[in-house]
Write a protein that binds this ligand. Structure first.
Ligand SMILES: N[C@@H](CCC(=O)N[C@@H](CS)C(=O)NCC(=O)O)C(=O)O
Length: 207
């Protein structure tokens, strides 16, 4: 089945790119400048009504939202061993981290950046500090998030932490930094980072 990644450099597309490199399947990249507005065109919106990148096409099935992309691809290509199966008890832990990335980390970053003062008990993501404590504890105790094995949850949480460092909200030290350095040593990460550099040069940031 043909795999296509709709990708824009210097965006969250990197997570899907890295994921596809971990998958080890052939895929095609439809790369474009985010400033071009390609992702707001009619045909693209028909695939992802949010008009956001990344987007993966599996045959003619569109998969949008990074959490969904990770679960879908990991399940569709079990040979890559990127997730515990439904039969394994660790499946729930895996799913928790996939959702943690978009439902807890992402909004907590924005809360931190904009200094929103909201009671932790009334918001879905608790608080930025609680989020950081939970993820720091997890990567201090273990090499990877789910059992002893690398999974696509590490791709999502790892790239979100890296994104948080770029935003200046995640510290570049301690257990989180060591976890990110472990992830950066993965061959698939290195390949994805090389592709990102090439694509970024094709579509340099506008001054
Ligand atoms: N919740 C989305 C987030 C994707 C997202 O925020 N993409 C940004 C780039 S980092 C985007 O497409 N922004 C362009 C726009 O909204 O016009 C996911 O998990 O895939």
């Amino acid at each position: 089945m043909k795999l296509t990644l709709f990708y824009a450099p210097r965006t969250r597309s990197f997570s899907a790119l890295w994921l596809l490199e971990e998958l080890g399947e052939k895929y095609q990249i439809e790369s474009f400048d985010i400033e071009s507005g390609r992702h707001k065109e009619f045909d693209y919106l028909a695939l992802n009504p949010m008009g956001k990148v990344p987007l993966v096409l599996h045959g003619d099935v569109p998969v949008a939202e990074l959490g969904a992309v990770a679960i879908y691809l990991s399940d569709a290509y079990p040979k890559a061993q990127l997730c515990p199966s439904m039969q394994e008890p660790l499946r729930s832990e895996y799913l928790r981290w996939i959702f943690f990335s978009s439902a807890i980390m992402e909004p907590a970053f924005v809360q931190k950046m904009y200094e929103w003062d909201i009671p932790a008990k009334s918001i879905a993501w608790g608080s930025f500090d609680q989020m950081l404590d939970v993820v720091t504890q997890a990567v201090s105790d273990n090499k990877w998030l789910v059992g002893d094995t690398f999974s696509s949850a590490d791709v999502l949480v790892g790239s979100t932490l890296r994104f948080g460092q770029m935003l200046g909200v995640i510290p570049k030290e301690g257990a989180v930094q060591e976890y990110i350095l472990r992830l950066k040593k993965r061959e698939a990460f290195i390949r994805a980072a090389e592709i990102e550099v090439t694509e970024s040069a094709r579509f340099p940031p506008k001054k």
